[in-house]
Write a protein that binds this ligand. Structure first.
Ligand code: HEC
Ligand code: HEC
Length: 415
């Protein structure tokens, strides 16, 4: 049964890797890679000093990146500014992440995590050219040669891999149902786009400059294949991607215009209701329970969703309006009359914090960030609106465990 589930996941994974039963030696391509590397490094020798001016798309990509992504991944894309967003510019990542991997990641996001879908195909703001610009910008940050990874299927021992995972990986990467401090490897979109060779390469070589160390000294080839096989298995209970978001082939026919912001319901909610009272933590964060109570008591309130509209489309708090952190001009639609405005995101505080800061700069009196954010709200069983046809499981995977997992500690080398 483990096996058939595994095969299902592997079939899902064909997007990026064509599974092949031949246990190709994953170290083999290193030779090709270093050959390309030396070819690439010898080329600029003839034109030593001035690097070519960045192409238009790199400059455009930098601007798009700064507007939409720097919030979490940082100005230089080195990650860890918010929500443990990973680095996007380590050499091992950029050399093994194909443009397609990056494109789908940016377009679709990683459902159930703070990484929203930014592509127009899922209701986000970015078209294909803008996403390609971001990719060019990321590659310009660390022009490391790209490697062709082998068609490789780890085909190891899931049970042994599970033991290694629990011992070596779980403290950072969490479990199948609980995100840790690092990238959630059980995410269905991650697993659909990351091949076994990509995962293996990360385990063997690490992500230099981040807490992800090379496991080459600790795991031999066989143990590495076992743990990669287990990582594949992490997706076994995940809902099909088609159930989470529109099917991937739609990517090839994107709309040319960014979809409008989802229509706003009338605000405030309960215009005739009483003014709620919140005891803000640090003068900024409204406790979830108090916000829920205000909603139950039909008090007058405006709830703002600060995430990309694609996230609002799949899951939001009833009555909330979509006001993404990168479209702050929409604030002018909110009456500045002392009505309480509560902003939330999945981050859990970062994008909503941007909106609250902007409101406060404009003189709005009663504003707060929803403490703990959307996913904690959903986990608490508080009311949410889910897109029709979205299975309950499409919610963040982290909330399915019956026994709560201790949250792993923050990455070792802080940045
Ligand atoms: C609200 C915070 C946030 C914003 C804004 C954000 N990201 Fe992310 N991003 C994350 C997190 C968190 C992850 C890891 C998801 C997980 O838990 O698995 C991630 C993952 C990714 C990944 C996959 C990386 C990997 O190692 O597999 C890519 C690519 C990416 N983001 C690109 C972008 C780009 C480009 C933008 C801007 C258009 C952006 N992100 C905006 C938080 C964010
Ligand atoms: C000390 C914490 C830590 C441990 C332990 C750890 N990792 Fe990681 N891992 C990370 C972090 C952080 C990243 C993201 C690095 C970055 O910012 O590029 C990462 C990245 C990865 C990636 C790449 C994901 C992507 O989308 O690029 C894979 C695959 C991975 N780890 C697998 C493993 C496996 C398998 C183990 C156990 C053998 C393991 N890791 C142990 C912290 C850890």
């Amino acid at each position: 049964m483990l096996h058939s589930r595994l095969m299902l996941v592997v079939a899902l994974g064909t997007l990026a890797c064509s599974p092949q039963q031949t246990p190709a030696s994953p170290e083999k391509p290193a030779a090709t890679a270093s050959a390309t590397a030396s070819a690439a490094t010898s080329a600029p020798a003839s034109a030593p000093s001035a690097p070519p001016p960045p192409s238009a798309s790199v400059a455009d990509g930098a601007a798009t990146y700064a507007r939409y992504c720097a919030l979490c991944h940082g100005a230089n894309a080195e990650g860890y500014v918010a929500d443990n967003a990973p680095s996007l510019v380590t050499s091992t990542f950029l050399s093994t992440a194909s443009d397609a991997f990056l494109r789908v990641g940016i377009e679709r996001g990683r459902p159930g995590t703070a990484m929203g879908g930014f592509g127009r195909v899922v209701g986000g703001p970015l078209g294909p050219e803008e996403i390609d610009g971001i990719i060019a910008f990321l590659r310009s940050k660390n022009p490391t040669p790209q490697q062709t990874l082998p068609n490789f299927m780890a085909g190891g021992d899931v049970a042994n891999g599970g033991q290694i995972y629990a011992r070596e990986c779980q403290s950072c990467h969490g479990t199948q149902t609980q995100r840790g401090s690092a990238v959630h490897l059980a995410n269905p979109l991650f697993l659909a786009t990351a091949s076994d060779a990509f995962i293996r390469h990360a385990v063997v070589h690490g992500r230099p400059g981040t807490p992800m160390e090379s496991f080459a000294p600790r795991l031999d080839g066989r143990a590495t294949n076992d743990v990669v096989t287990y990582v594949r298995f992490l997706g076994a209970n995940a809902p099909a991607i088609s159930a989470l978001q529109p099917p991937l082939p739609a990517v090839t026919a994107p709309p040319t215009q960014a979809p409008a912001i989802p229509e706003w319901p009338p605000i405030p909610t309960n215009p005739k209701g009483a003014q709620p009272k919140f005891t803000l933590r640090d003068g900024r964060f409204a406790p979830m329970a108090e916000v829920k109570k205000a909603m139950d008591a039909k008090q007058k309130i405006i709830i703002v969703d600060a995430r990309p509209p694609s996230d609002w489309n799949s899951l939001h708090i009833p009555g909330s309006v979509s006001l993404p952190y990168y479209n702050l001009e929409l604030i002018d639609r909110i009456p500045n009359d002392g009505t309480w405005v509560i902003a939330y995101c999945g981050c859990p505080h970062h994008a909503s914090g941007e909106v609250v800061d902007a409101l406060r700069r404009k003189g709005y009196k009663n504003t707060a960030v929803l403490d703990e954010g959307m996913f904690a709200w959903q986990k608490a069983g508080f009311p949410v609106v889910q897109a029709p046809g979205m299975p309950a499981l499409a919610a963040p995977p982290i909330y399915k465990d019956d026994k709560p997992q201790p949250l792993p500690s923050a990455p070792k080398s802080g940045r």
